[in-house]
Design a protein around this ligand. Structure first.
Ligand code: SAH
Ligand code: SF4
Length: 393
């Protein structure tokens, strides 16, 4: 377990990873090996005149041992190490700030090579820790309850940016070499940070295949969850290529309400979304699809909404995560009352669908669902107290 700070909000000086981060200047033109699919890594090394089998060795040093320095690759001859150093780097996003919440949540603001920034969060629980990874800087979608949605898309994150987020988290917890499944703190990845992963699918797919590789970071697909706002035509590809757990941001039980909350619903309405979910591999038997449902006072939280949710989801093998709305400055909604949320949960549970209420995590450092927004565009003065005022706390 991480040591919990005494203060509710602690900004920790960016830490140098245990294994040393090479100082790459702006003019450094060496190619980053992180984020290359296995085949591309091999090709890059072969083009540099190295033997193809070096790719396997480098892969294990990078993703199993977490090395950032070729000099420490002891099974590779000195001349080859020098050649590698000349042409390549093993890079991480730069940590701008690391914040720790009083509940143990850690949030990193990361800066990528081009100066863009995104946030990554680790949410520790008793028996695991879920790292919430971003897929884009900003988002093209404009869900009206989401802080990220107020920030236009700046760019898609590359495979290196995406894998790099998880590697920074591992650096921070000192989890190199890859610990066994049962001993690791960082056991899960949820693609629930900034951005819509299915609008950046190729990069997300390359990145997730890298983290699933058993000779590297070795996270099994059962420990990865991809959350989508409902990009229907892409859902089948997620199943076919990655077969990770699927989470769907449903948030409403009729198209009229969902059109206003998740505007992409106008393109792919609820019936089409649920049909794509029903066709997801494993959806009808052992594996359940998670439906996220944000609780918004007077908008989607009535008893009738709960009953309709049961009716819609009964044909699927589904689970509902009820997320109390996390406020942000200027948000046009309020969170439903505790009583309302629990009554809603009771109805859904009684209908035979598990509906846990998600305890908000890391609210004091704006790390909770929907609160992420990169400072590339954010007013840097936004403070926790502003958010609490907006939440009526
Ligand atoms: N773009 C993807 C994944 C990122 S959002 C998606 O929309 O699914 C991760 C989850 O946080 C989604 O379910 C999203 O709807 C939810 N969320 C966004 N803003 C929120 C807020 N202010 N309070 C609570 N949940 C929020
Ligand atoms: Fe984008 Fe997801 Fe936020 Fe919607 S909820 S604006 S899809 S990040």
């Amino acid at each position: 377990m991480p040591i919990l700070p005494a203060e509710p909000l602690q900004i920790v000086e960016p830490r140098v990873p245990a294994l040393g981060r090479p100082a790459h200047g702006r003019n450094d033109t060496r190619r980053n090996l992180v984020g290359l699919a296995r085949a591309d890594l091999k090709q890059a090394l072969v083009e540099a005149g190295l033997e193809p089998f070096r790719a396997q060795q480098v892969w294990q040093w990078v993703y199993w041992h977490g090395l950032t320095d070729f000099e420490r690759m002891t099974n590779i001859a000195r001349k080859t190490r020098e050649r590698l150093t000349e042409l390549f780097v093993i890079d991480r996003p730069q940590i701008v700030t690391e914040q720790r919440s009083s509940d143990g949540t850690r949030k990193w603001l990361l800066r990528f090579g081009d100066g863009n920034e995104a946030e990554t969060v680790n949410i520790p629980e008793e028996d695991r820790g879920s790292v919430c990874v971003s897929s884009q800087v900003g988002c093209t979608l404009t869900c009206s309850f989401c802080h990220t949605g107020t920030q236009p898309l700046v760019r898609n994150l590359s495979p290196a940016d995406i894998v790099g987020q998880f590697m920074v988290a591992r650096d921070s917890y000192g989890e190199w070499p890859t610990p066994t499944e049962t001993t690791r703190m960082l056991s899960n990845i949820v693609m629930m940070g900034m951005g819509e992963p299915l609008y950046n699918f190729d990069n997300v797919s390359t990145a997730l295949k890298i983290v699933m590789d058993e000779q590297g970071i070795a996270l099994s697909r059962r420990r990865i969850t991809l959350s989508t706002s409902g990009i229907v035509p892409m859902i089948a590809r997620v199943g076919a290529e990655l077969d990770v757990n699927l989470a769907v941001s449903l948030h409403a039980v009729n198209d009229e309400t969902r059109d206003t909350l998740v505007p992409v619903n106008r393109k792919w309405p609820i019936a089409e979304l649920l049909a794509a979910c029903a066709a997801y591999p494993g959806a009808r038997n052992s594996r359940r699809i998670t439906f996220e449902y944000v609780m918004l006072k007077g908008v989607n939280d009535s008893d009738a909404d709960a009953r309709e949710l049961v009716r819609l989801l009964t044909p699927l093998h589904a689970k509902v995560n009820l997320i109390p709305f996390n406020a942000w400055p200027g948000a046009p909604y309020e969170c439903s009352s505790n009583n309302r949320i629990h009554r809603f949960a009771e109805i859904v549970n009684a209908g035979g669908i598990s509906a846990p209420v998600r305890t908000p995590r890391g609210r004091d450092i704006l790390a909770a669902c929907g609160q992420l927004k990169s400072t590339s565009l954010r007013d840097r003065r936004t403070k926790v107290s502003d958010v609490e005022a907006a939440a009526g706390a």
